[in-house]
Design a protein around this ligand. Structure first.
Ligand code: AMP
Ligand code: MG
Length: 404
């Protein structure tokens, strides 16, 4: 089968997957971490009115500098002044108070000297100094958040500032997960001889939860096609997606592949990437299925690079490509052309401030220590054959890749 480049695979994902998660209008307290389901148009301006940015004196700019009469009354936050500031007059004002009629500028209290019903104010201020304008943050009628945005602390604060208490979101995507292999033992139990602990499932669960999904854990499924089929069919009835690891090759002990093919369809995407090559994308009934490689580091990288964008789309999130940062190669190397390689590296800062990437010495696809002990990966493009110390490379931090 022809190898698929990562970019081709991501284009196919963008074409194939659209949001399926239900739209739910929920209070802000429930919305955290969800995808916004529709653009938000500001219903009001923020701030709603001109107001003071400091404690001080509200005046007409043309009266500065000067010794002004102290006006009767005051303007405080939540207590607007009802009158008008007259020419030659200064009105006591506090941070957040609406600008009183007549005044256009506020002099900070630290710069004023009050004495016998008058206040001495300096010059040198611009017209409108210390005044926040109505709508300087957001204008009524303007689109302030786009559908697909993840609702985090700042987004929820912004919605609240607009007086919005409930918001149309996508319900969290329900993702069923399972591991496969008779060699796998549950962490916390005794593994016994010839067995290893299931590391992929806890890793997957944590990553998917951080993406904003709700995880339905189907456990460890044995190397038996009938058992896998039963679980797949049951999961397909309620989950929005199914993600599994291992059992996807063509060996006679690779039963996940056979089970999905028996109950739905499976496409094999042989990705031209290292690590992480084979990934299976298919469906059981209407539910998309993603089969990750068994080796933990391959599973993790394919999850982050390929499956994450698909799940984020299904969940209704805008899924921009992860941010790449240029760094400097701290090593020489060779690579096979025709596939994109992700090399685990650590970054150090050189005297001139540039970031230098050092290759992590152990790069086995089963070694999770190579993830724990590195900052991220550098991306070597398909065409690259040699890497020379000092050249510029693209770096992706684990965090940028979605690992939190
Ligand atoms: P497979 O794709 O079934 O041939 O598995 C490839 C490799 O990944 C084998 O060495 C498996 O033992 C290992 N592996 C599969 N699933 C897991 C898992 N859930 N946790 C840790 N290692 C796994
Ligand atoms: Mg296996």
């Amino acid at each position: 089968m022809a190898l698929l480049t990562l970019d081709e695979a991501l284009d196919m994902i963008a074409e194939r997957f659209a949001p399926t998660a239900a739209i739910e209008t929920v209070p802000l307290t429930v919305a955290r971490g969800r995808a916004l389901a529709a653009d938000i148009t500001a219903p009001v301006s923020v701030p709603p009115a001109d107001n003071s940015a400091v404690d001080g004196w509200a005046v007409r700019h043309q009266d500065l500098p000067g010794k002004l009469r102290v006006g009767a009354g005051r303007a405080a936050a939540g207590h607007p002044f009802a009158g008008t500031v007259a020419p030659g007059e200064a009105l006591r004002i506090f941070t957040g108070a609406m600008m009183p009629d007549g005044a256009d500028t506020v002099v900070m209290q630290e710069d004023a000297r009050e004495e016998d019903g008058a206040v001495e104010l300096p010059g040198g201020l611009k017209l409108g100094a210390n005044r926040r304008r109505a709508g300087e943050d957001m204008h009524a009628g303007e689109v302030v958040l786009r559908a697909g945005r993840r609702l985090g602390a700042a987004e929820l604060g912004l919605l609240a500032a607009l007086g919005i208490g409930r918001v149309a979101t996508r319900a969290p995507l329900v993702v069923a997960i399972f591991s496969n292999g008779d060699e796998l033992a549950e962490p916390g139990a005794t593994a016994g001889s010839g067995r290893i602990y299931d590391s992929n499932r806890p890793m997957l669960r944590a990553a998917l939860t951080a993406f904003g999904c709700t995880v339905d854990d189907l456990g460890i499924l044995p190397d038996r096609r009938d058992a896998i089929e039963t679980s797949l069919v049951r999961a397909a009835a309620h989950a929005n997606a199914i993600v599994s690891s291992a059992g996807m090759s063509v060996g006679e002990e690779d039963h996940v592949r056979a089970a999905i093919e028996a109950r739905g369809a499976l496409d094999f995407w042989s990705l031209a990437i290292k690590p992480g090559r084979p990934i299976a994308i298919g469906h059981v009934a209407e539910t998309p299925c993603f089969g990750l490689p068994g080796n933990p580091v391959s599973a993790l990288l394919t999850l982050l690079l390929v499956v994450q964008p698909a799940l984020l789309r299904l969940a209704g999130f805008a899924a921009p490509p992860p941010r790449r940062v240029p760094v400097i190669a701290g090593f020489d190397g060779r690579k096979k052309p025709g596939r994109r390689e992700f090399v685990r590296v650590n970054l150090t800062r050189r005297d001139d401030g540039a970031l230098v990437a050092t290759r992590f010495p152990r790069d086995g696809v089963g070694m999770l220590t190579s993830v724990i002990e590195t900052d991220g990966v550098i991306e070597l493009p398909e065409a690259t054959e040699t890497i020379s110390a000092g050249e510029s490379l693209q770096f992706l931090s684990w965090r940028a890749l979605g690992l939190t």
